[in-house]
Design a protein around this ligand. Structure first.
Ligand SMILES: [Zn+2]
Length: 328
């Protein structure tokens, strides 16, 4: 397979604050395509690269004219009032939200209950949120069950944003055991069982389509295209209805979960999550999401990842989140 050359790097100019990055990307050949004709509306609707994605609800009133239709169920959503977060608030996202009405109230409630909750409450994500002290939208860091050696159960919890200090609660027999010795050892799980592939792929499909919509938020024709484009029906149905038993995705670790790096002001920060859309040179659109360095890639055009493997092969295994105009 021939690898095409790519355009010179250009930094994305500050779309998001530290820890909530969003960036833009590049191209390669592959399968499972979301095909695009030369006069595709999506191509015409693509905003300039590096466009800032900040907006206010007030500024959107003139953009999202009535009637609006839901990105997922396609029903009229003009009267919907829910605020849809592309990444859940319980993963630290406070600013990547869609304009009210792009996702209807019914779909918003469904995603919260049936797609995001199973992902967030899986053992792996719960343990990750505990260790990194990421609070829920109600401000509570999830607790985890540990063990006071040799066998006494311990409940462990943390205050929001304090990833170092953990509180523990012991039952009476454990407390007696601890008091009868000068010291004790508590074992806390370092990781948990990951969510099922189906839970992950539905979570990625929902967030990915919304990430694509966030790119087009200032382009009403582009948003209309996303709602009506039949090639996107499989991913919207998978996210909203779970129609497919499986939708393969690619996952790998691209940096350690505890890595810190300097932000624009020189303060050392951890990246909680970052995401972007990778467009390959065969017009596949991949949603790329990293949560504490664990990178997921999902093809928004169809249930296969061969094109992403080919892209990685041609780009020395680099992450699209740190390649091309995202580099540096
Ligand atoms: Zn809907």
């Amino acid at each position: 397979m021939e690898c095409q050359s790519t355009s010179p790097s250009r930094r994305n100019d500050g779309i998001a604050p530290p820890g909530q990055k969003e960036r833009t990307l590049a191209e390669h050949e592959g399968a499972g395509k979301l095909s695009r004709s030369p006069d595709s509306q999506l191509a015409d609707s693509q905003p300039p690269l590096g466009i800032r994605l900040h907006w206010s609800q007030a500024s959107l009133k003139g953009i999202c004219q009535s009637p609006m239709h839901c990105l997922f169920c396609k029903e009229e959503s003009t009267g919907s009032r829910s605020q849809e977060h592309i990444i859940p608030e319980s993963l630290g996202n406070t600013r990547h939200v869609l304009p009210v009405g792009l996702v209807c109230d019914s779909c918003n409630n469904y995603f919260s209950r049936e797609v995001e909750k199973p992902f967030l409450e899986s053992a792996a994500i719960t343990v990750l949120r505990f260790h990194q002290a990421i609070p829920s939208k109600r401000g509570r860091v999830p607790s985890v069950q540990g063990v006071l050696v040799p066998r006494f159960p311990v409940m462990c919890w943390k205050e929001p944003k304090d990833s170092v200090l953990a509180h523990v609660a012991l039952e009476e027999d454990g407390l007696k055991h601890l008091l009868s010795y000068d010291t004790g050892r508590i074992i806390i799980p370092a990781e948990g069982v990951p969510p099922s592939d189906r839970v992950v792929s539905r979570f990625l499909g929902k967030a990915g389509l919304e990430a694509l919509a966030s790119r087009l938020v200032r382009y009403p024709e582009g948003l209309k295209y996303l709602v009506t484009e039949p090639q996107l029906d499989p991913v919207r149905d998978h996210a909203r209805r779970g129609t497919l038993p499986d939708w393969p995705y690619h996952v790998r670790r691209i940096y350690d979960a505890n890595r810190t790096s300097p932000d624009e002001r020189g303060s050392m920060v951890q990246v909680v999550h970052e995401f972007d859309i990778l467009q390959t040179d065969s017009s596949e659109y991949y949603f790329i999401l990293a949560i504490f360095g664990l990178e997921f890639a999902l093809n928004l055009g169809g249930p296969e990842v061969d094109g992403y493997l080919a892209w990685l092969n041609c780009h020395e295994g680099a992450s699209p989140l740190y390649w091309g105009r995202n580099a540096g």
